[in-house]
Design a protein around this ligand. Structure first.
Ligand code: BG6
Length: 519
């Protein structure tokens, strides 16, 4: 047996490419002038290239309607890299910036203009020819969802969906952003249309939460350690809480939010993924299908809610004006793009049950909202009390064993245990055994998008969402939304911005003699 290690070897601080190195490819970003491209994709690609240089022939083509030149696109891209790179990332030096900029090209066309895709195909061939590329392509749909099917159909018509083109080799993949549909029917329709053009192995449905190091660490924690899994079930777990709190309001995204609401924006995707990783059975192997099979099994074990269950086990609410950290947040209904009588949820709390042998009877309480007191994503597992209370001391009831997985910020995992307070009495107080990423591995975990872009380049879809997975999640969400729509309610509970949510949500958990765990 090997000795316990006492420190983190320096080599572990930044895991590199390892045995796998991506083949060169050309990444075409649709929606190249948009927010996602400039805030996330370009800064992430620039840092990736700086820290783990991409193959020389790899190129990035921005596709958008707006007239632009390669030079201007490069200039704008470098400005975005400066402006939006995370503060804890090492800044790019001048040489790195120039070598990244040299990979960038701009292609102007309308999304529905067939000629624009023909000229795109010519540009891609030309770039391959000049740069020594291998005909590999990734098409990233960073556009509003309304453009997805148009772009996909045009890619098909131009033959850009084919894995092997005439006279050329290479693969073709498509990355699709959320929201993927707005209910089960539309997600199925979208899947059908995309499925006509691309095979399932070519489709990478992204959920950026799966790219977060701490989210992947949930699997490492559960399946890479022998001591927790035996406790991970209804025999030892009292209940689980999943919190995704955001301190900002909807800001300039009111128009989008009116269509989505928190249930579609956060619960259908990010929260369901966290729930899957916490609750699923160990996969047979760490590969795309084994892992996603388990997630689908878990989603199918959550029975869609009927209208009484929706009334009893869900709360939706909207923020009123208030302050978060000294910043004024207006009433949601007064935000830009929001209807004055809007019924859109900016906060959702749910109590769900996973109906299988492992989790029967264990409530999973999910809570997410905008304009809450702080930004914090945490998964908290509450273990049952010891079977017999040996120390009748005051503090004991108040020191349950709780495992807190801090997904962000202050990434880490803490285990709360009861410890004896020094002194003549046998009195316990809760104390924490705490693991912090920044202490163990140094500051700065890689951006979620970085990992996902690399995985797509490597052809690994383990951290992307499969068709049946997205549809299973919608089945549950539809049942909740239908319950809400059928309730005949004309108003929503509200909460003041800067508070932890409406009274109704406190009542939801207090009815079970439990309380929300606020970070
Ligand atoms: C996005 C949602 O998917 O996730 C946003 O559309 C939300 O509304 C964001 O703010 C949260 O992501 P993160 O990584 O900041 O937790």
């Amino acid at each position: 047996m090997s000795q316990p290690s006492q420190s983190t070897p320096a080599a572990l601080k930044h895991a590199g490419w390892g045995a796998q190195h991506p083949e060169p490819c050309t990444l075409v970003i649709f929606g190249a002038s948009g927010d996602l491209t400039h805030r996330k994709l370009l800064p992430t690609l620039a840092h990736l290239d700086f820290q783990h240089p991409l193959p020389k022939a790899t190129a990035i083509v921005g596709f958008a309607r707006r007239p632009n030149t390669d030079e201007q696109f490069r200039k704008d891209a470098l400005e975005s890299v400066d402006k939006f790179s995370p503060a804890d990332e090492e800044p790019l030096d001048e040489q790195a910036k120039q070598s990244f900029a040299a990979r960038l090209f701009y292609h102007q066309a309308d999304f529905n203009d067939a000629a624009g895709y023909k000229s795109l195909a010519e540009l891609l061939d030309k770039l391959d020819h000049e740069r020594g590329g291998k005909g590999n392509r990734i098409f990233y749909l960073a556009t509003p969802p309304s453009a997805y099917t148009t772009i996909i159909a045009q890619l098909g018509a131009a033959g850009l969906n084919r894995q092997q083109r005439e006279g050329a080799k290479g693969w073709s993949r498509v990355i699709i952003e959320k929201p993927f549909g707005r209910d089960l029917a539309s997600a199925q329709g979208l899947n059908e249309e995309i499925g006509e053009i691309f095979r399932e192995e070519q489709i990478y449905r992204i959920d950026h939460y799966l790219g977060k190091e701490t989210v992947q660490n949930l699997m490492a924690f559960r399946f890479g350690n022998g001591i927790f899994e035996p406790l991970w079930n209804q025999k030892y777990v009292d209940h689980v809480q999943i919190l995704v709190a955001e301190s900002l309001g909807v800001g300039t995204r009111g128009g989008y939010y009116e269509e989505a609401g928190t249930i579609r924006d956060m619960v259908q995707n990010h929260m369901m993924q966290l729930l899957c990783l916490i609750g699923m059975e160990p996969p047979a192997a760490f590969d795309a299908n084994s892992l996603r099979d388990e997630k689908v099994k878990l989603l199918r074990s959550i029975r869609p809610l009927n209208s009484q269950e929706v009334a009893a086990r869900t709360v939706r609410a909207q923020y009123r004006a208030g302050q978060v950290d000294g910043t004024e947040i207006p009433d949601y209904r007064k935000e830009q793009g929001v209807a004055p009588n809007s019924m859109t949820d900016t906060y959702v709390a749910l109590k769900l049950f996973i109906e299988n042998w492992r989790w029967a009877g264990v409530p999973f309480y999910l809570r997410t909202g905008k304009a809450l007191p702080k930004r914090s994503t945490e998964i908290v597992i509450f273990f049952k009390q010891a079977p017999y209370l040996l120390f009748a001391g005051e503090g004991e009831e108040r020191a349950p064993n709780v495992l807190i997985v801090r997904v962000q910020p202050d990434e880490g995992i803490a285990l709360q245990i009861g410890a004896k307070i020094p002194g003549p009495q046998m009195q316990l107080a809760p104390v924490a055994l705490d693991f912090m990423y920044s202490q163990a591995f140094g500051a700065g975990t890689p951006e979620a998008y970085e990992r996902l872009l690399v995985d797509c380049m490597l052809g690994d879809s383990t951290l992307f969402i499969r068709r049946d997975e997205v549809e299973s999640a919608w089945t549950l969400i539809d049942s909740i939304v239908n319950g809400w729509n059928g309730s005949g309610r004309r108003s929503l509970p509200t909460y003041e911005a800067g508070t932890w949510g409406p009274r109704e949500a406190d009542e939801l958990i207090e009815r079970d003699n439990r309380q929300w765990w606020n970070p």
